[in-house]
Design a protein around this ligand. Structure first.
Ligand SMILES: Cc1cc2nc3c(=O)[nH]c(=O)nc-3n(C[C@H](O)[C@H](O)[C@H](O)COP(=O)(O)O)c2cc1C
Length: 187
């Protein structure tokens, strides 16, 4: 597996604190990582611990230190996990109302291989807007880990804590790395 740089976007859902599993999995394969969080997700994660692990600031807004260029991250692959109902709907519509959404919109537009891992309950997952969002993103070439082929399904409301334990962090990394390899076979 060719190493690269993995951009991770975390949304405000139960498994968010476990994003360190994805970071560690990527590092074990010699990938570098950086984490961007939605504004709500900043309350779910241990930002200093993640910054220590990745060696990069956790970005959640457009503010930069004096003299620092305002730029969107470069990446060989993007993993959005856990992805909320809210964010999946916004991404499909192309909304860019915060730094994380802007980053995602631009990286998908640059054809950076992208994997989304939803953490959405069955009540929300039956909504037509959500189903349309998933279909639209797949149509755009985004890889969504969802459904029987991926052994990852929405959970009944109120069971998120149990389901959090089986969140497919490792599968998400390997899917992203495989897409990156396919996108740049010469690397
Ligand atoms: C404790 C807690 C757990 C939540 N878990 C989920 C979840 O598993 N999936 C989801 O789609 N939304 C969940 N939500 C709701 C989202 O946090 C909410 O829709 C938020 O606006 C999402 O923001 P974001 O998409 O910008 O991260 C949860 C909210 C709280 C307070």
């Amino acid at each position: 597996m060719t190493p690269g740089h993995l951009q991770i976007v975390v949304c405000a859902a139960g498994p968010a604190p476990d994003v360190t599993t994805l970071i560690n999995t990527a590092h074990e394969q010699s990938w570098t990582t950086a984490v961007t969080a939605t504004p709500h997700a900043t309350r779910f994660i241990d930002i200093p611990a993640i910054e220590e692990l990745t060696g990069a600031p956790v970005r959640s807004d457009y503010r930069t230190s004096p003299g620092t260029r305002r730029s969107l991250p470069t990446a060989d692959a993007l993993v959005i996990a856990p992805a909320t109902y809210n964010s999946i709907n916004k991404i499909a519509l192309g909304l860019a109302d915060n730094y994380a959404m802007t980053t995602i919109a631009e990286l998908i537009g640059r054809h950076v291989p992208t994997v989304i891992v939803p953490f959405v309950n069955t009540a929300l997952a039956t909504r037509h807007p959500y189903r349309r969002a998933v279909a639209s993103l797949r149509d755009e070439g985004v890889h969504i880990l969802l459904g029987p082929d991926h052994d990852w399904e929405p959970h009944p409301p109120g069971t998120g804590n149990d389901r959090r334990l089986t969140f497919p962090w490792t599968t998400a990394f390997h899917a992203a790395a495989a897409l990156a390899e396919k996108a740049q076979p010469q690397k």
